[in-house]
Design a protein around this ligand. Structure first.
Ligand code: 2BA
Length: 109
């Protein structure tokens, strides 16, 4: 069995949860925060038998897409040559990042 931890943008989370549900895949949805942008995103925990791993990967690829965010550089003012002229920079976010972990044992009570 595998545990797939998927971090997605909030915008894509509901579509992915719905698609997983249609395939009768079980999922837990957690509210999370990206360490770089410090904005909300969604972490999904999906436990599956190994033969269903490809289905999950396909659904993630179908429902999550990359977007660009404009952020202000955060270098301390003293380190900026022209602090008043600093421009926002474009940062790509997502579609999704997934970590696939082997599960040694699972039980429900
Ligand atoms: P954030 O940490 O808020 O990162 C948002 C986006 O900012 C990242 O998109 C990446 O394009 C950029 N970014 C992150 N750290 C950076 C840095 N030190 N310098 C320049 N740009 C940086 P994604 O890579 O698609 O990541 C989206 C979200 O997925 C991340 O939100 C984070 O919550 C999670 N994530 C990504 N890689 C991870 C990892 N290796 N471990 C744990 N969580 C991860």
């Amino acid at each position: 069995m595998k545990l797939i931890v998927v971090i997605v943008q909030d915008t894509d989370a509901n579509a992915l949860v719905k698609a997983l549900g249609k395939e009768r895949l079980e999922v837990t949805k957690l509210a999370s925060t990206g360490g770089f942008l410090r904005e909300g995103n969604t972490t999904l925990l999906i436990g599956v038998e190994e033969e269903r791993l490809e289905t999950v990967k396909t659904l993630v690829k179908e429902t999550c897409r990359s977007r660009k965010r404009l952020v202000m550089p955060t270098a301390p003012v003293a380190e900026q040559p022209e602090p008043m002229l600093s421009e926002p920079v474009e940062v790509p976010v997502g579609g999704a990042i997934a970590f696939v972990v082997n599960i040694e044992e699972t039980f429900k009570v």
